[in-house]
Write a protein that binds this ligand. Sequence first.
Ligand SMILES: [Zn+2]
Length: 153
Amino acid sequence: MSGTAHPRTQTVRCGNCGRTNRIPAAADGTPKCGNCHQALPWIVDATSQDFAEVAEQSTLPVLVDLWATWCGPCRMVSPALERVARDMAGRIKLVKVDIDKSPQLQQRFGVQAVPTLLILDQGREISRQTGAAPPNVLRDWVEQTLSRRAQPA
Ligand SMILES: [Zn+2]
């Protein structure tokens, strides 16, 4: 892991105290609230240019949302994923990729339809879900994938 500071930041609201925090797109460990020190939901955008740094080099497992502006189901799935990222703050990082801005990533992951959701562990794809699903199904999928990951192979 490089210890260099990433210049790009985004803002996120602390789920515990409500304070708006700036969080880095890429960093070691987990961002914490400057006010109450709880783990913050880590929700950031990435493109082909910074996907390696933001997603593949993440120490936390990464939930990748490959979406498109013209995709109706994506508009339902994205808020559900953000909810999962908030509920699982400190355990997962949500990285959103607009495939029209990053066609290289669309090709690389063989995305045929949006939304396509990936879970990456140390840059390796460990699970994939294609198409819309209700929030509770998405959450169960993420929880089950992470619990499998925690067990010895
Ligand atoms: Zn807080």
